[in-house]
Design a binder for this molecule. Structure first.
Ligand code: BGC
Length: 742
């Protein structure tokens, strides 16, 4: 019989069984399970394992291509998913390979790292977190999902939910910073954005919560390094954002590369089954991060392909990304009775279920519409949203004598520095299918904003080189100008995967360049581009203004010019502490007090001999172009029971001259408990946008869940007694009140 005939019969059988099951069963979940089982019952062991195998597509000068061996795998049902392939024509071609050639015609799922935008690139995730604007963050993920799904994609490897408190780690750029609550809320917002109206809708993509777990805490900030942490820290700080994303409905999880207390995550039954499935009730599928099944051999917990595969499947890992180990080892392991076929069935069920939910069994090509691809990608609205997000993400760190905003009537502006016209760097790392040649640099943004002014541009030096020959030209430019905009920072590749740095100062000779420009005595605005906190003490001391632009995305230059010239009042707040010295790391705001808290007059208290304890900029910090006045804090009752809640409110008045957004942050501290509690922990926040003279009220309700924590015996709950409620514009500037839990 001809192959195509067999395929046809296969599909018809699946559909008949599918329909029969659908008609008989009352509830949707059962229907889905039965559909999945009907397909599973037709599959050979090799076909099942194929569904558990994910391979990459590649790219060269001629464009996208699939390796010959993977093409064979797709055609024979030995690969069920492909990543790094996008575009309607290309994904259709690969999908045809699968459905037209395999016995059962099971469609492929296409995954990709759509991290901060697909074609329209938004600010890097850490920057977006600085907006504290959950609606805007959700919208950014929504647009990313619309563009990605319009290009044939079904699945994004995001959100990255790794808390990180170590700016040496390059991947701090991909997360939402150091705070448990902020990162959890952002994780939820991103899942809502990606999965939109629900999986199955044409403009949604399946979210993948990564990198589970605790990847953001590698020893000494070195990427892929071991993680050693207490159960308390894991549960209090590192697990909540993953859990929040799953509670919001994320359907897949990616394992992390690291070992946790000696057990690599990919081989950890504790993480992948006991916590993820048994405690949290996760029902989607787990994919490895890249070749991490193979890496079990380098970790030293598996001697060969068979052992690595067995450990992973037993831990609860459903899909093997790129190692090809499952494909090689599982058939043999099952046949030799080392791995039960039921384990395989469970994994395949989870994967098929997602494919059903995506609607791929009804129409494998439903995400392949040229029309959608043409109209939805990089639309004017999407670009405007990216510009707005970049404005909201920028953080004003210093503004002496209100140098900013600059007048649009300045005659001459010198735009100096290696990041001034750095088009590639604007979109940062993990910029997916973003086309950097379309990004707007700071120089272009400034030119567009003040077309009447004379703009002199000089690079001065490269970002990380040692050559100072360009200094003279830069100093000459500065001398001619009314104001200098000095664009400094890191290249895009200095943040991201495999981009750890032991020295987190300005790279190369940029500080020396700044020193020379400062000597001219001209007013200087530093615009800082980075994916991590940098130690910039000298700039903080000497430059009049510092605007943190991060890696702001496709529209970054325009957005930053909007801020520089006062068309937008900056409102970003740091989602991560900027240490004053790398030796302070980790230096996060929610530390415990210690038994010897800092006392300037007592040597034997917790401090350094050579640097202060204080960070350069604290968590939650950020300035703007207006001023706010805060009332005292009011609580509607000073005690509450477990079932009760307390209303906390504070009035904020815009006492300046420009409309502005203030972020009201609420922190809690439990001064006496069975375990030492952090000096403060963010529990709520809200943003108030106020016109000059306008007063807004921030109201929060505190309930027992907000007061709960892992007690001495690791049970989760409250303890009776006093709690401090602290409210303010950053983690440092606080008004407080006491409440008692009775
Ligand atoms: C990264 C993941 C990413 C994967 C696929 C890995 O190197 O750690 O975050 O999703 O590659 O591109």
């Amino acid at each position: 019989m001809k192959r195509s005939k067999l395929v046809f019969i296969g599909i018809v059988m699946v559909l008949i069984l599918t329909q029969a099951c659908t008609q008989n069963k009352p509830n949707a979940t059962n229907d889905l399970d039965r559909k999945v089982d009907s397909v599973l019952s037709l599959m050979t062991l090799e076909e099942k394992i194929g569904q558990m195998t994910l391979f990459t597509s590649d790219m060269d000068q001629t464009g996208a291509f699939i390796r010959k061996e993977y093409e064979e795998d797709i055609k024979s049902g030995r690969a069920g998913a492909i990543f790094n392939a996008y575009g309607v024509a290309y994904t259709r071609k690969l999908q045809e390979m699968a459905v037209n050639n395999t016995r059962l015609g099971i469609p492929l799922i296409f995954g990709y790292d759509v991290i901060h935008g697909h074609r329209t690139i938004f600010p890097v995730p850490l920057a977006e977190a600085a907006s504290w604007d959950l609606t805007a963050i959700e919208e950014a993920a929504r647009i990313a999902a619309i563009e990605a799904s319009a290009e044939g994609l079904h699945w994004t490897f995001a959100p990255m939910c790794d808390i990180s408190r170590d700016p040496r780690w390059g991947r701090i750029v991909e997360g939402a910073g150091e705070d448990v609550y902020l990162a959890s809320e952002i994780a939820r917002a991103r899942v809502r954005g990606f999965q939109g109206e629900g999986i199955g809708s044409l403009n949604s993509v399946v979210a993948c919560v990564k990198h589970y777990a605790a990847y953001g805490a590698p020893q000494a900030g070195r990427d892929y390094h071991s993680v050693d942490m207490s159960e308390r820290t894991l549960r209090e700080t590192f697990l909540p954002p993953y859990k929040a994303a799953l509670d919001e409905g994320a359907l897949t999880v990616m394992t992390s590369f690291n070992d946790l207390n000696g057990i690599p995550a990919t081989a950890s039954k504790y993480l992948m089954t006991e916590i993820l499935r048994d405690e949290w009730g996760f029902e989607g599928f787990v994919v490895t991060d890249y070749t991490s099944i193979m890496e079990l051999m380098f970790h030293g917990v598996a001697g060969d392909t068979l052992e690595a595969s067995r450990l992973s499947i037993e831990a609860g890992v459903d899909m093997d990304m790129q190692a090809g180990f499952y494909q090689k080892a599982l058939p043999q392991l099952v046949r030799n009775g080392k791995v039960s076929e039921e384990l395989i069935n469970t994994a395949v069920r989870r994967i098929l279920k997602v494919k059903f939910m995506l609607g791929l069994f009804e129409d494998p090509f439903r995400f392949c519409s040229e029309e959608r691809e043409k109209t939805l990608v990089m639309s004017a609205d999407n670009l405007e949203a990216a510009r707005d997000m970049a404005r909201k993400s920028a953080v004003l760190l210093k503004n002496e004598n209100n140098l900013l905003p600059l007048s649009k009537d300045l005659k001459t502006i010198a735009v100096i520095g290696p990041m001034a016209d750095a088009q590639r760097d604007m979109i940062g790392s993990w910029s997916a299918a973003g086309d950097w040649t379309k990004s707007i640099t700071l120089l272009t943004g400034i030119r567009e904003a003040v077309s009447q002014s004379r703009i002199i541009h000089a690079m001065g030096c490269t970002t990380d080189g040692t050559d100072m020959k360009g200094f003279k030209e830069a100093v000459d430019a500065a001398r001619q100008a009314d104001v200098v905009v000095l664009a400094l920072g890191e290249n895009y590749w200095m943040s991201g995967e495999a981009a750890s740095r032991a020295d987190i100062g300005l790279p190369g000779v940029q500080q020396e360049l700044a020193d020379e420009i400062l000597k001219t005595g001209k007013p200087i605005v530093v615009v800082l581009f980075t994916g991590r906190p940098l130690t910039i003490n000298k700039l903080q001391q000497h430059a009049q203004s510092i605007l943190l632009g991060w890696f702001p995305g496709t529209m970054g230059g325009s957005a930053l010019a909007d801020i520089l010239f006062g068309d937008f009042n900056p409102s970003g707040r740091l989602p991560v502490t900027f240490p004053a010295h790398v030796g302070q790391v980790p230096n996060h705001y929610d530390m415990r007090n210690t038994g010897r808290p800092f006392d300037a007059n007592n040597k034997y208290t917790s401090k350094y001999l050579d640097v202060p304890n204080e960070p350069l900029y604290e968590f939650g910090f950020g300035l703007g172009y207006t001023t706010f006045e805060w009332s005292e804090l009011s609580v509607n009752q000073t005690s509450m029971s477990e079932q009760d809640s307390v209303k906390v409110s504070i009035q904020v008045t815009n006492s300046g001259l420009m409309t502005g957004t203030e972020t009201v942050q609420l922190y809690i501290h439990d001064p006496v408990a069975s375990v030492a509690r952090p000096v403060k922990q963010l529990k709520k926040f809200m943003q108030l946008t106020l016109e000059p003279g306008q007063t807004g009220v921030a109201e929060f309700y505190i309930n027992s869940l907000d007061l709960s924590f892992f007690r001495a015996d690791m049970s989760f709950g409250t303890e009776k007694g006093n709690y401090m409620i602290m409210v303010g514009p950053s983690s440092n500037t606080i008004r407080s009140a006491k409440i008692e839990l009775i």
